[in-house]
Write a protein that binds this ligand. Structure first.
Ligand code: IPM
Ligand code: MG
Length: 385
């Protein structure tokens, strides 16, 4: 528990950290152009729980699709062990130093879900590895597509990934008199770069509008700034409408069959993005079916949108885990490194296996296919295309 003086010092510390971050953002170079690289390194981290299982299924398909590039020495897959909950607890860090160093030597990373101890955990206070990686590699945009063609759903979410309630998630404190405090941060630079990415995407993909999702009516400073900056950025994109939506009504309207097909691109602060993208994924068949791209100017990390499912492991159901989300993330990875043809093939194969042919179905239980069987089914389907 902090006394008043210590609490003030903590606030100072947080502002200094954020100031340093803003300066780094200002000095940052533009996005890496993958077509100019002679050699690309894909890091692979299995993670915890169902992570290693579903990551392996995806890595196998990626290795198959990129076999020519690997044989020609243009692409290398690199296993990065050590991003496990046991190692993180031993190191007392969200990402052990040697793992972070290895990650920074890669261009893109395929990462299985990692376990985060919650507030009830008695051991050291370890931050989520996801949140730490997004911050350390400055992966500021979390891009999450959700598509259900037969219902007219085609959404792309641009979740801000390094700010909001997550920016200093582990620096909140308990002050005197039973007062607990957390912090939410929006910076002008941070809001601008995610807004630009969302509007650029809308422009390149022929979308007519971008919805900015906040609670700016109540959270006036941070959400207010997020909305205002998005509206300023929108002026640079004359053909694209910028709509302001509050997070509560947006959450409701996604369930409204007539209304929801009007949404195209959404840009959201971190926490609303976290919650609404899980809801959105549910229409597509659940969080097990949705991939996620964490994009920065130097690095990119691809993952499932769900967690490590410790319950599946304790109940002995981990071998039935759905690799769909990691496979969708692999499509995003291929597209990101400019392997369009391979990305299209894998996407097509997933649509066939998940929605059309459905020869094997994952249920998460022993009445469905195992992760490995489903992985092989996707591989077979890809190789026939
Ligand atoms: C996600 C996850 C993470 C988040 C967790 C695992 C920390 O829910 O990627 O959406 O809250 O961002
Ligand atoms: Mg989430």
């Amino acid at each position: 528990m902090l006394n008043r003086e210590e609490a003030k010092q903590k606030l100072d510390e947080i502002l200094d950290l954020q100031k340093a971050r803003v300066e780094r953002m200002r000095g940052q170079k533009d996005f890496v152009d993958y077509t100019t690289l002679d050699h690309l390194i894909i890091g692979v981290c299995g993670g915890d729980g169902i992570g290693p299982m579903i990551t392996k299924a995806s890595e196998d398909v990626l290795r198959f699709l990129l076999r020519d590039e690997v044989a020609a020495g243009k692409i290398t897959f690199r296993e990065i062990d050590g991003l496990t909950i046991d190692n993180r607890i031993t190191a007392g860090k969200a990402i052990p130093d040697d793992v972070l160093e290895e990650l920074k030597k890669c261009h893109v990373v395929l990462k299985g879900p990692t376990t985060t101890p919650d507030a009830a955990y008695k051991g050291p206070n370890i931050e989520s590895a996801n949140v730490a990686m997004r911050r350390e590699l400055d992966l500021f945009a979390n891009v999450r597509p959700v598509k259900v063609p037969e219902q007219g759903i085609d959404w792309t979410f641009f979740r801000e990934n390094t700010e909001g309630s997550y920016a200093v998630g582990s620096l909140g404190f308990e002050a005197e008199d039973g007062i607990s405090v957390d912090f939410t941060i929006t910076t002008t630079e941070g809001a601008r770069r995610i807004a630009q990415l969302a509007f650029d995407f809308a422009k390149k993909n022929g979308k007519e509008k971008v919805a900015v999702v906040t609670k700016a009516n109540v959270i006036k400073q941070t959400d207010g700034k997020f909305l205002r900056v998005c509206q300023e950025v929108a002026k640079e994109y004359p053909g694209i409408a910028c709509e302001s939506w509050y997070a509560d009504i947006m959450t409701a309207k996604l369930v409204d069959e007539k209304r929801r097909r009007d949404f195209q691109v959404m840009v959201l602060p971190n926490l609303y993005g976290d919650i609404i993208t899980d809801e959105a994924a549910e229409f597509q068949g659940g969080v097990g079916t949705a991939g996620s791209m964490n994009l920065g100017k130097r690095y990119a990390m691809f993952e499932a949108i769900h967690g490590s499912a410790p319950r599946m492991v304790t109940e002995g159901r981990d071998k039935y885990a759905d690799p769909g989300s990691m496979l969708r993330a692999s499509v995003l990875l291929l597209r990101h490194i400019e392997k369009k043809q391979q990305a299209d093939k894998l996407e097509r194969a997933l649509d066939i296996c998940m929605f059309e042919e459905k020869r094997l179905v994952i249920t998460g239980r022993d009445n469905g296919a195992t992760t490995a069987e489903f992985g092989e089914y996707v591989m077979e389907t890809v190789s026939k295309l």
